[in-house]
Ligand binder design. Structure first.
Ligand code: NDP
Length: 461
């Protein structure tokens, strides 16, 4: 049986782009379908525009810090429209760049949404839902990513998600944020830095529950110092619209009911695979739900679904939902299927950063995970918390936390955690050491770069 393509990729986000280009480099005939802009969540409405906004929001702190360094006070106000225009311009430039990379790699880009008609046939559908083309492929890769989810709360339709945050025509004066994960803390820092009053509702005690306790505490305390109104242990009962178009958040905290009026509500309570309309049942692709009811595509270690010729990578498999993971999975898939180099990916020691203010980053096990795995007395913790030199003149009460989780018997460094400026840049380097199996002795034998925050990692006692 002959097919139109050796590989057809559904979705031009991080995973799909990486897989399609790598497969084409081995001589495969590859097409990729994307009904939205090329680049996916990371480029169009995630990591990249978010990080640009983080940069944009930090000028208010820099202006304040400058006074301690002898500069005359700067009184400046951000122009939201100009900031957003600049962000969108850059994001669109990157999208065009990705289109040119596909062309260079010899991958055919089809600007449609794809859905299965049968296990080897896809229908390409335009924005109006009209089928424009039918194609067949020997192998198919699903790389459709995820979408924000919303909890079942009356009036939740008045809230927006991170997708719409980038499209707000006006800066909200008062913003409520629901959820305590990556997206919530990152937007809390961005909007606060830009001058918005931010009320951050957590259902638990701390944000970033899956990170080391020191990161949870460090980010929480830093957010309070920056003036974010974090309200822990809150249950949102409903959202209602006022006559003037504002939103009233009705919530309970420690048995009491309260309400507060805001201009916008950001709902950031997690994401789920974007599987609607794919027609997976027509291809016989099985789905599974996790304990939280999130439905995803289960795959084996080579990204194969229950169908021999259909594969899936990235957020639609709901494993480790990070851009570099989707890229690495896409490349491993292409190397295995088209490059004659079967390989799997290690999911150990994946570093990750939260671009909150203060920033946080981690690699390896948290203190709690290490103690649960090895036993309380088998783990040694090295930790320091201090005010970085930069803040001694600025007068701001910022704190950095540097922490190593070490196996007592072997000296192996099991985890490294940091809160503070440039945490992501620093932990990226430390992650190499962990990947190589570094011990505390190796850290101690490394000379410091002085004065820096990173040197604390090699001088911990
Ligand atoms: P996360 O999965 O990180 O966190 C979800 C948060 O929502 C948790 O704090 C959870 O609380 C809370 N929550 C869940 N359900 C409810 C509810 N019904 N009511 C109130 N709170 C609730 O979600 P995000 O949306 O922030 O991020 C999604 C994914 O995107 C992340 O998992 C990450 O992989 C990726 N991402 C990565 C970034 C990075 O690498 N810097 C940046 C942005 C996103 P609790 O803790 O109590 O369970």
């Amino acid at each position: 049986m002959s097919y139109d393509y050796d590989l057809f990729v559904i979705g031009a986000g991080s995973g799909g782009l990486a897989a399609s280009k790598r497969a084409a480099s081995y001589g495969a005939k590859v097409a990729i379908a994307e009904g939205d802009k090329v680049g996916g969540t990371c480029v169009m409405r995630g990591c990249i525009p978010k990080k640009l906004m983080v940069y944009g929001s930090k000028f208010s702190h820099l202006f304040a810090d400058a006074v301690g360094y002898g500069w005359r006070p700067v009184r400046a106000k951000v122009n939201w429209e100009r900031l957003m225009q600049a962000v969108h311009q850059e994001v669109n430039r990157l999208s065009q760049l990705h289109i040119s990379y596909l062309a260079k790699a010899g991958v055919e880009l089809l600007p449609f949404f794809a859905r299965f008609a049968d296990p080897h046939t896809l229908e390409l559908v335009d924005r109006q839902g009209e089928v424009q083309q039918r194609v067949t492929a020997a192998k198919i890769l699903i790389a459709v990513g995820g979408e924000a989810i919303k909890p079942n709360v009356p009036g939740i339709e008045y809230s927006i998600t991170s997708r719409e945050m980038f499209l707000l025509p006006k800066q909200p004066k008062r913003l409520a944020i629901l959820g305590g994960g990556y997206i919530s803390v990152e937007f809390a820092g961005i909007l606060r830095g830009l001058g918005t009053e931010v009320i951050h509702f957590l259902r638990g005690d701390r944000p970033l529950r899956h990170f080391d306790q020191d990161i949870q505490d460090g980010v929480y305390e830093g957010m309070l110092r920056h003036g974010v109104d974090v309200r822990p242990r809150c249950h949102i009962s409903s959202l209602t619209l006022t006559q003037k178009g504002k939103i009233r958040v009705h919530y309970e905290q420690q048995g009491q009911t309260y309400e507060t009026k805001v201009d916008a509500v950001l709902c950031a309570v997690g994401r789920a695979p974007n599987l609607q309309g794919l027609g997976l049942e027509r291809a016989g692709v099985h789905l599974s739900a996790n304990s939280e009811g999130i439905v995803a595509i289960p795959v084996d270690e080579y990204y194969r679904t229950n169908q021999e010729h259909i594969f899936a990578v990235g957020d639609c498999t709901n494993r480790v939902n990070l851009t570099p993971v989707a890229i690495a999975e896409g490349r491993a898939f292409a190397d295995t299927q088209f490059g004659n180099q079967p390989r799997t990916l290690s999911y150990e020691n994946i570093p990750s950063a939260v671009f909150s203010q203060p920033e946080a980053a981690s690699v390896g096990l948290s203190e709690a995970q290490a103690k649960a795995k090895l036993g309380e007395d088998k783990v040694k913790i090295y930790r320091t918390a201090f005010r970085p030199l930069y803040y001694s003149l600025s007068g701001r009460e910022e704190k950095a936390i540097v922490k190593l989780v070490v196996e007592k018997d072997t000296g192996w460094v099991l985890g490294a955690h940091m809160v503070g400026d440039n945490a992501a840049e620093i932990i990226q380097g430390i992650a190499i050491a962990l990947k190589m199996g570094a011990t505390k002795k190796d850290f101690d034998a490394t000379l410091a770069i002085h004065p820096s925050t990173a040197e604390e990692f090699v001088t911990l006692r």
